[in-house]
Design a protein around this ligand. Structure first.
Ligand code: ZN
Ligand code: ZN
Length: 344
């Protein structure tokens, strides 16, 4: 595909480049280019892959600039389809790379942790969730180097929520939106919409608010920290906060730009309400996390869900279960191993 067909001019000194994610159903990351008085700033950088890099650099040329001109890279969150190429972009330009402190801590930990540590942790966790031996066994013998993003670039700046960012000549403010990751940020361009659409500016929403995908709610997993977090509670709060901004247009990191922010927020809130209600009705009998995941309705039958996606499904269920426990609607059955949960 020619570079120009991957570039969209959103007006008012904002472009997007569709940077491909190899072998991934998401297809691409929308990397945004925001013009400033000191040179272009990227919002996310895309997956670290040679073809993705070529698309990014050719896309910048099609925007009338070049990778060497970059002034900064703002990373919405640490995932490799967003942060992957920021180190290479920095090397090519001397740009700064900025990320929220909570995701920066994850990057630092990923760089310092032996990959084997992660597999040991996941094996113990899945066993405690009631996963069958045939599911856990492959993790014990996995080759750790198959993990993506093992040595992500260390950002050199922090994105501080609520503050205007260092984009000379622009008004871009960071909004902390934890849930998908603990340090996810949306970036609010507080300038009137170039086509005068009604509402307050434009919002770069990362993975927090997407037009047709409900983002995965992570668990902020940290092998060295046993704190029980409530990522779904964080996400629902973040959604409401973003809804209140009443942005004229949402510029997400996947799929396409859209204007109906409030109704999309409403759909996502309803989706999670329904999932919580569904789990609660399943929990009239005590069930392990694994049993809950098996009985939950997914986009295909449980038997057809591949190994890695089952782990994601279990963590998705755990995020919802933690919410129910926090709300006092479910509890662990004392003395069970693997632990079972039941509605209160
Ligand atoms: Zn993500
Ligand atoms: Zn993403």
């Amino acid at each position: 595909m020619a570079a120009s067909t991957r570039v969209t001019d959103h007006g008012g000194g904002v472009w997007s480049i569709q940077v491909p994610i190899p072998d991934n159903p998401l297809g691409h990351t929308l990397v945004y280019v925001v013009d400033t008085d000191r040179g272009p700033v990227l919002i996310d950088a895309g997956w670290d892959d040679p073809a993705s890099w070529d698309t990014l650099t050719e896309g910048l040329t099609a925007c009338g600039t070049s990778v060497g001109e970059l002034y900064g890279v703002l990373v919405t969150h640490h995932h490799p389809d967003h942060h992957g190429l920021s180190g290479r972009a920095r090397e090519a330009s001397g740009a700064w790379v900025a990320m929220h402190a909570a995701d920066l801590a994850i990057v630092r930990r990923t760089r310092e942790t032996r990959p084997g540590r992660w597999f040991t942790y996941m094996t113990a966790k899945l066993t405690a969730a009631g996963a069958p031996e045939e599911h856990v066994a492959p993790l014990r013998t996995s080759e750790p180097r198959t993990l993506p993003g093992l040595s992500p670039a260390l950002p050199d700046r922090e994105i501080v929520p609520g503050e205007l960012l260092d984009l000379p000549g622009r008004r871009l403010r960071a909004i902390w939106t934890p849930g998908h990751t603990p340090g996810h940020v949306c970036l609010h361009l507080e300038e009137s919409h170039p086509a005068q659409l009604p509402g307050h500016g434009r919002l770069f929403s990362g993975d927090h608010l997407l037009p047709e995908i409900s983002p995965h709610i992570g668990l902020y997993e940290d092998p060295d920290d046993a704190t029980v977090t409530d990522p779904l509670g964080d996400y629902l709060d973040s959604l409401e906060r973003v809804g209140r901004l009443a942005a004229a247009e949402i510029l997400p990191a996947h799929q396409y730009a859209f204007t109906h922010a409030l109704s999309r927020v409403g759909e996502l809130l309803t989706h999670h309400e329904q999932r919580l209600a569904g789990l609660l009705s399943l929990l009239s009998d005590p069930l392990t996390l694994w049993q809950l995941a098996e009985r939950t309705e997914w986009n295909r039958p449980w038997a057809d869900i591949p190994h890695g996606s089952r782990n994601i499904a279990v963590s998705e269920v755990e995020a919802h279960l933690r919410r129910l426990v926090k709300l006092g609607r479910a509890e662990a059955v004392p003395g069970t191993d693997p632990v079972t949960y039941v509605a209160v």
